[in-house]
Structure formats: structure tokens, C-alpha cells
Design a protein around this ligand. Structure first.
Ligand SMILES: CC(C)(COP(=O)(O)OP(=O)(O)OC[C@H]1O[C@@H](n2cnc3c(N)ncnc32)[C@H](O)[C@@H]1OP(=O)(O)O)[C@@H](O)C(=O)NCCC(=O)NCCS
Length: 164
């Protein structure tokens, strides 16, 4: 799966999406530190332990580098950033029962704004699954790796390899 590059310069506004979701009883905000276990449980229920571990890094930053969507007091989606590596978006996921309702896009755009707030001009989606979702949302482009690969299959730290 490819790594994608997203420009943060002219992001689409997230406010209209948040307003629309609010009208349907969905709120989007950063998780509080005391909600870490609830978020971990959500990720383990719907996704993987690896995603839960990546997202745990979000709680070591202030502000927390993640967003969650709630409906009827329950978490229905999440997105994390600045976790897997600096400037990376992800992981992200929406409860299957809530997909297609704009929750994933709102979480993604909120996270892009969060990365821009940290001073970045571009963001990276590592090992992107639904490429068209990212392309549609912000015009994400595949990063040409020239036959190489992203960080996931690396057996060694690139910094140490360059010291040879
Ligand atoms: C990818 C995911 C987060 C999208 O969340 P969602 O809430 O269903 O997405 P939205 O409803 O906000 O969709 C926004 C737009 O993207 C489109 N879209 C959603 N999922 C898509 C997909 N997998 N591929 C292409 N387009 C997609 C929607 O049709 C919508 O288009 P529109 O703006 O023209 O209406 C969700 O499908 C999910 O949790 N997938 C499993 C986990 C995953 O793959 N995470 C990403 C890992 S890199």
C-alpha cells in the first residue's frame, strides 16, 4: 500500500462537516487523558492491537494528537496523528455501523488541521489503505518511492543504516 502526501496549505473547511454531524447527534473532539482506555477498547473491538499501540502515542502529547467522534455517549470513530512517526496521519477508523456518514472525513480534516497547527506544510499517510478516500478529501498524492518502500517493512532503523 502506498504512502501519500497531503498538502496542508489550503485544507477544505471542517466546520460545515462538524455542524452537519452535530445536527445528527455526533460530536468530534480530542479525547481526554482519562478516556485513553475507552479509546483503546474501541480500537481493539473494531481494529487491531497495533493500531491501539500506535494511537497510545497521541496521549504523550499536549494537546493530545487524536480526535474521537461520539454518538449517544459512545465512541464511534477515531483518528490519530503525530504518532507512528512525526508528521504522520493515522491510524483512523470508524465503527462499521457509522461508515458513509461523514465521520471519517471530519476526523481526517480535523487531524490535518492539527498537523498544520504543529507547523507542518505537508502530511504523510503511511501505508494508506483507502487511497481514494484521502484523494477525495484533500487531493492526496502517492509518494513515488522508486521501487523502495515506507517504514513498515524496515528491519533496521534508517538512521543506523546510513552510518555504514
Ligand atoms: C476509511 C474510513 C475511516 C472512512 O470513514 P467514513 O466515515 O466511512 O468516511 P466518510 O463517510 O467521511 O466518507 C467521506 C468521503 O469519502 C468516501 N469514502 C469513504 N470511504 C472510502 C473508501 N474506502 N474508498 C474511497 N472513498 C471512500 C465517501 O464516499 C465520501 O465521499 P463524498 O465526500 O463524496 O460523500 C472507514 O471506512 C474505515 O474505518 N475503514 C476501515 C479502517 C481503515 O481502512 N482506515 C484507514 C487506514 S489507512
Amino acid at each position: 500500500m502506498p504512502d501519500l502526501l497531503c498538502s496542508l496549505v489550503d485544507l477544505p473547511p471542517v466546520a460545515p462537516l462538524l455542524e452537519d454531524l452535530r445536527g445528527r447527534g455526533v460530536t468530534v473532539r480530542r479525547p481526554n487523558p482519562w478516556e485513553q482506555t475507552a479509546l483503546r477498547d474501541f480500537i481493539l473491538r473494531h481494529f487491531t492491537v497495533g493500531w491501539a499501540d500506535e494511537t497510545a502515542v497521541a496521549f504523550h502529547h499536549q494537546p493530545v494528537t487524536a480526535f474521537v467522534a461520539h454518538a449517544k455517549g459512545a465512541i464511534i470513530g477515531f483518528a490519530a496523528y503525530e504518532c507512528t512517526r512525526r508528521n504522520y496521519f493515522g491510524p483512523t477508523g470508524v465503527d462499521p455501523a457509522w461508515r458513509g456518514a461523514g465521520v471519517g472525513k471530519a476526523l481526517f480534516l480535523a487531524s490535518m488541521a492539527g498537523l498544520r497547527e504543529l507547523g507542518y506544510t505537508y502530511a504523510i499517510v503511511g501505508d494508506a489503505g483507502p487511497v481514494d478516500f484521502y484523494r477525495k478529501a484533500v487531493g492526496a498524492m502517492e509518494i513515488p518511492l522508486g521501487g523502495g518502500h515506507g517504514i513498515y517493512p524496515l528491519a533496521e532503523d534508517p538512521m543506523l543504516r546510513s552510518l555504514r
